[in-house]
Design a protein around this ligand. Structure first.
Ligand code: PCA
Length: 326
């Protein structure tokens, strides 16, 4: 009898917590990238871990490929409450937060170790800017280093003159201008299509993006110039975060920390594996010649100076702490 009552109570308890979970919170996570890409897979794993760690109390639904908020208006979309969470490439936020452009100042960050150091010095500043917009930083994960893809071999800057060069942020536009190439803005999810339509002859992006877009159908050369390591940033609306109970918040932050560590490792692995994949699909992977290397270095110096001048004291402060600290 007692046993049966106990069982009844247990069942009632279970039903109750199931009901609570069914009524749990669901967040929309908007991204402009594909769900099955380097970053998308990591986000999905984070979402799965959060759902598990909170017993369904917080579910995060990934809405990829700009289906909910296009990449170009992620910040505005989040601020307007069109999603609770969103992922964007930091260099895409420069109109609203100029400091986010540090991620694509060429030839400052040369390795994953440098990229980690930059993020350590950048994070508090980026957090401050996003907090002012009611957003909270969960994590950032880099793309592999940016290299130069081209249809034809490139011996010097002159070889890019007049070429249709794909751009995805203000730095790539500026580089195309400096090389007297023709900038063509193509979101990553449309690169394959743009190539198929013959709209691109060159671009700067990571080897992994080259692989995910199967660019060897149109581009034959890859120069791993390691120009910069842009990061994707995962943000949530502070007001949505504040509605979670303390334990759910802690579980979310824990899963985000794990996803950040996992993402950096996955990025570094993908960096070398992707170059192999480009090669095995017939692409020529070559170092740039001395003349072109020199021109690229000069261009990097020019762009660094432009960037610091444009962004002002905060840019100086960040680079000084990046260059003088570990
Ligand atoms: N891939 C993205 C951003 C940087 C990268 O490696 C793109 O090409 O748009």
């Amino acid at each position: 009898m007692i046993r049966r009552r106990h069982l009844g109570l247990m069942l009632a308890g279970t039903a109750c917590s199931v009901a609570a979970n069914a009524a749990g919170t669901t967040w929309r996570l908007a991204t402009g990238y594909r769900a099955d890409s380097l970053h998308g897979l990591n986000l999905q794993q984070m979402a799965d871990e959060v759902a598990q760690a909170t017993a369904g109390g917080l579910r995060i639904r990934l809405q990829a490929e700009g289906s909910l908020i296009p990449l170009t208006r992620m910040l505005g979309g989040l601020q307007a409450g069109e999603a609770e969470a969103g992922e964007a490439i930091m260099t895409g936020l420069v109109k609203e937060i100029p400091l986010a452009g540090a991620d694509s100042v060429p030839f400052i960050v040369r390795s994953y170790a440098d990229a980690r150091r930059l993020w350590r010095h950048q994070r508090p500043l980026i957090e401050k800017h996003l907090a002012a917009r009611g957003l909270r930083v969960l994590m950032a994960v880099p793309w592999p280093p940016q290299g130069l893809f081209s249809q034809k071999p490139i011996a010097g800057v002159g070889d890019l003159r007049g070429q249709a060069m794909r751009t995805y942020n203000s730095t790539t536009v500026r580089i195309a201008e400096l090389m007297q190439a023709r900038p063509v803005d193509v979101p990553m999810i449309q690169v394959g299509q743009a190539l198929a339509e013959g709209r691109l002859n060159a671009m700067i992006t990571s080897a992994v993006t080259g692989v995910e877009s199967r660019v060897w159908t149109g581009l034959k050369y890859f120069y791993p110039i390691n120009a910069w390591f842009p990061k994707n940033l995962l943000m949530v609306r502070q007001s949505a975060y504040d509605q979670l109970d303390a334990e759910t918040q802690a579980r979310l932050m824990q899963a985000a920390g794990a996803a950040e560590a996992r993402g950096w490792q996955a990025s570094e692995r993908a960096a070398s594996e992707s170059v192999d994949t480009l090669r095995s699909n017939g692409m020529h992977v070559e170092a740039v010649g001395p003349e072109f290397a020199q021109a690229l270095r000069r261009m990097g110096e020019k762009l660094s100076l432009e960037w610091v001048r444009q962004v002002g004291p905060e840019a100086n402060q960040m680079f000084i702490s990046y260059f003088t600290n570990s």
